[in-house]
Design a protein around this ligand. Sequence first.
Ligand code: MN
Length: 232
Amino acid sequence: MNYAFPPEPQVAVPISGSDAVFPVRRIYCVGRNYAAHAREMGFDPDREPPFFFCKPDNSIVVVPPGHTVEIAYPPQTSDFQHEIELVVAIGRGGRDIPIEQANDHVFGYAVGLDMTRRDLQLRARDKGRPWELGKAFDESAPIAPIVPASAIGHPASGAVWVQVDGADKQRSDIAKLIWSVPEVIANLSSFFELQPGDLIYTGTPEGVGKVERGQTMRGGIDGLGELSVKVV
Ligand code: MN
């Protein structure tokens, strides 16, 4: 292929316990999927159908275990916020996937951060504009290695937490997801044909808040390990 310039390399996430890596296709994100977070954002958690937004694949920042990875404080914001999330890695594609079969499409799970320029997101939300400026910027999707479902099964409960400079900021349980992982997969696959390589950030619990330059976020989910990210 005679490309006019070198194409970007394929984005990939390490797989825990394997030399293989997970090539990323699309990144889907679920909005307001914990009741207490919906309330803190000013909404009733009335189990309206899930809604989605996307990030580009090159917003991924791989965070190896035992390392702290630096991300740059992004431009055009004064309200840069952390959202700790369970990430689902799709290993088998499909459309209109039934809830009962959804887990068969999951390759594995990871800890991720849906970093958000909250001021830009809220301005867009309130004006009925798209969320890309608030959500889809460079380095907005840090992620730890993917833990295969073949190793740990399909966790339906477990602590999800993030600390900033050692102080607890978000702490909940993935059992509190309004829409469970199988329900998210079923709903999302009615709008898009899912493909291997797709990632789904499943939403964040309450306690979202600002991070400033020089601060370090450390977060984790039971059974999936931890990640550590410093804002510079
Ligand atoms: Mn989120």
